[in-house]
Write a protein that binds this ligand. Structure first.
Ligand code: SAM
Length: 336
């Protein structure tokens, strides 16, 4: 099969073989969730190895090919789940895999993005907490990787940004305090200028809020980083503390575990998380590969966001299901 024929297709087969058809450096993003170790029976394929070491070795072979096909500006994202061993200890398989990748491949780990499951399996144990997170490892080949941080979690941030732009009285009380303070005229002038700048940052939604401390009015806080602030307060007459609030782009994505009625696949990953990562790491028309596409979630997210996709899966039933899902999915569908 030719590479061009794979574009926007779900291809049935073994990824060990199929990845070979993709030429070097053609792909913008590989994003995938390989079968977890001995968690589910998918029939054939990866995940049924006798030891975790053998499983990691197989994943590393796939990863090696992913590095080959990805552009220098591209990214590779692997989502893996952990497992308790027979002694009741977590095996740390995802992190052991990531550590081996860093040893063996010319890649950097940019982030371990944690997916927080809002609705984990509701089964409480007496002697341990309920597992409700999974890592998404974000690897890159070079520092030239495409990255659109403004688009990450942009829907919720836009709403907050709008609300802030309407804030008219922000910082007003601080102008009054500067006037009343015992700062010298020049110090007051600088404080007013800096206050005006930080008010603009709030209005643009760049920061959530701020505090201004003025010498003689506010007591300096003690300890840690505040030591620097204390010196600033004494020397300059004022200090500004910027608060980034929820607009800070953190390495977590909260989303529910998804279930689709009559879906034959037992473990799909959340489309919402994949859309966020597509927004962060790709542009429209970029090519995205998922070597373990399962029910087709990656392809669905790509279709909605107008990215090209190639999905492989060894199980014919899942391939058929993914194709059907894609038939009823429209590009740029409004989902919010
Ligand atoms: C965790 S599931 C992926 C689920 C997918 N992210 C979704 O949202 O539906 C892993 C998939 O890998 C497939 N698989 C296992 N070994 C494979 C191999 N060697 N080549 C291609 N697919 C394989 C399984 O059939 C299974 O559908």
């Amino acid at each position: 099969m030719k590479f061009e024929q794979m574009i926007n297709q779900i291809v049935e087969g073994d990824s060990f073989e199929l990845l070979k058809y993709i030429p070097d450096g053609e792909i913008d993003l590989v994003i995938t969730s390989p079968p977890y170790y001995k968690q589910r029976d998918y029939g054939r394929g990866i995940g049924n190895e006798d030891t975790p070491e053998k499983y990691i070795e197989n994943l590393l072979k796939i990863f090696h090919d992913c590095v080959r096909i990805v552009k220098d500006t591209g990214s590779i994202v692997f989502n893996l789940g952990d497992k308790y061993n027979e002694e009741g200890s977590l095996s740390l398989i995802p992190f052991r895999f990531a550590a081996e990748v860093l040893k063996k491949e010319p890649v950097k780990l940019v982030n371990t993005i944690t997916w927080i499951k809002r609705n984990p399996t509701p089964r409480q144990f007496k002697r341990r907490l309920v597992s409700s997170t999974e890592p998404f490892f974000h690897f890159v080949k070079s520092n030239k990787y495409y990255y659109n941080i403004d688009e990450f979690l942009s829907e919720s941030n836009t709403k907050k940004g709008k609300r802030r732009r309407e804030t008219t009285n922000v910082g007003k009380k601080y102008f009054e305090l500067i006037e009343k303070s015992s700062l010298a005229d020049r110090e007051k002038e600088i404080a007013r200028e800096e206050l005006q700048k930080v008010i603009e940052e709030v209005k643009k939604g760049e920061i959530a809020e701020f505090r201004l401390k003025i010498r003689g009015i506010h007591a300096p806080a003690f300890g840690g980083q505040e030591g620097g602030r204390k010196a600033q307060l004494e020397k300059q007459g004022f200090t500004i503390i910027r608060i980034f609030g929820n607009d800070l782009k953190r390495d977590v994505i909260e989303s529910s575990v998804e279930t689709i009625k009559n879906c034959p696949h037992p473990a799909i990953y959340p489309e919402y998380v994949i859309r966020e990562l597509l927004n962060l790491l790709t542009r429209e028309e970029d090519i995205v590969v998922d070597p373990f596409v399962g029910s087709g979630t990656t392809a669905i997210a790509c279709k909605k966001l107008e990215r090209k996709y190639i999905g492989f899966d060894i199980n014919p039933e899942y391939c058929e299901y993914a194709r059907k899902r894609l038939e009823t999915t429209q590009a740029r569908l409004t989902w919010f």
